[in-house]
Design a protein around this ligand. Sequence first.
Ligand code: ADP
Ligand code: ASP
Ligand code: MG
Length: 409
Amino acid sequence: MARYVQKFGGTSVGSIERIRAVADKVAGFRAAGHDIVVVLSAMSGETNRLVALGNEISPRPDPREMDVLQASGEQVTIALLAMALKDRGHPARSYLGHQVPIVTNDAHMRARVERIDTERLAADLSAGVVPVIAGFQGVDPGGDVTTLGRGGSDTTAVAVAVALGVDECQIYTDVDGVYTADPRIVENAARLASVTFEEMLELASLGSKVLHPRSVEFAGKYGVSLRVLSSFEDGPGTLITTEEHKMENPVVAGIAYSRDEAKITMVGVPDVPGVASKILGPIGIANIDVDMIVQNVGADGLTDFTFTVKRSDYEQAKELLESVRTSLGARQLTGDNKIVKVSVVGVGMRSHAGVAKTMFDALAAESINIQMISTSEIKISVVIAERYLELGVRAIHSAFGLSTEPRAE
Ligand code: ADP
Ligand code: ASP
Ligand code: MG
């Protein structure tokens, strides 16, 4: 007998029929003698719908109220699943974040889990009851509803798994594991039997939304076995594990991409000390995250300074920099929010040279211009025009021989 946290994502609870299928699956595990704690997302599309309502009523919706609004999606699915489980003869009880409670800090819309009280959950498990917990939401010390950021129910599942010390945290979704690239874009992407926490954290942080980055960070930190599985078909899925336990170690584990990118360039700024801090200072104060930064070699005492931000922050960042441009006497402020970031990730890069060349050659062969580059020990990211996203990802994927089919020479 084992104890599992099982998280089902939006598509997996997207209709009454799907919720019934989840109930059947959980009932099967219970009948086999396992202890199960369920964590659910809202029905697919529901959180988007709620966010759109908030944006419709207010140009800058209040974050506290956005959390109350967004958290309502998961309230529906947990109640429905608990009903379906009871109808199948398996006692179950739904829990909103504050009922557990899942205590977070008060950073609305991007709260961090600080503590989970396991008393009620443990009591349920010993009484043979299946707790069905709303993912994505928590409660701050002042009693207000918080959410963990989009995709955050994976993090709820891992946090609950850590708090209860379960055997495995299983993330059921609409794909049967983690692939070498998003299977929606690369048809012949291959499922990975295992991937290291470190690689998965990079992939997730660089845009692979199959797992919420913080869920991977948490699982790695506390050594929780984390597995991604399909809720539609049986299979081994992908185990997120430590490097020692990984079977094969290819140089590149996978390709990630992010459309949530925009770049801003200050053209013709004086090439003197302090300029970077003058440009990025107001951006930081406005709580806008900066990702890549490039400063060109100066000519005639002038230089160009480029950096990327999330697309949702693009307009605000540009507005903020207009006055900086005037005070610095810079020639021009330009920007582009039709860019994407494509990244290659693999722990094998530490010991293999030539990964960058393979990646750049693949893009050059498709005449795709690289606008920015950034590297770390186990990843290389490039910025390219959005219209080349699919082509670029497929070209890089095949250049590294990651496809399931033999590579066309
Ligand atoms: P859920 O609602 O179950 O949380 P998500 O939509 O958040 O599901 O995540 C699953 C999706 O992640 C898949 O449908 C797939 O398109 C996307 N995805 C992106 N990169 C990958 C990858 N490397 N492997 C598998 N899926 C990926
Ligand atoms: N329902 C939330 C979202 O769509 C959380 C999640 O699905 O993980 O972002
Ligand atoms: Mg998700």
